[in-house]
Ligand binder design. Sequence first.
Ligand code: SF4
Length: 184
Amino acid sequence: MTQDCSRLKFVSAFFFFPMRSLLGRVGLRYDISAIANAYYRKAFDRVPVADKAVILPHCLIGEKCKARFSKKDGVLCVNCKDCRCGEIRLLCEEKGWQFFISPSTNFTKRLVQRKGIRAAIGAACDFEIEKGIHSTPITLRGVRLKERKVIPQVIRMARYDCLNNDIDWERLRSMIRDGAGGLL
Ligand code: SF4
């Protein structure tokens, strides 16, 4: 798809988003995060790895999580293997990415400022994606989180649940290893 076409699709998807229930009734449904990911992908891949981060939500951590919490860095994973966040932390370290597990959206916004993050892979359920669209300025050059614009890639969570949630871990691994289009 050309960049112009991808931009048009992106702009239309956000413009029509408030009317999505109506559009759904006539059989027009679309995945807004997939459209946004596709639009931002090339710009995302151009950001140097040191300025990229994987920021996972706390709903992915295991019930017996051994991590401590830091007010500065969020959940400090020790790779206890009660969930798959630990293996992602190790992969990020190997590839030079930053890695965080965040307890909340507001924490994530502050983290992005503090760590100078320019591009981030996050995970969110449909409810959080919709909330984010209503509360966060989304521009052609990234999502504005306080003073900083960040180029996002979003992986949809398996369900709306703050406990033991799940994502496509293989896709996440491939995005870190091979670029944002990995495993598509
Ligand atoms: S792997 Fe890390 S995040 Fe997952 S449960 Fe263990 S310490 Fe917590």
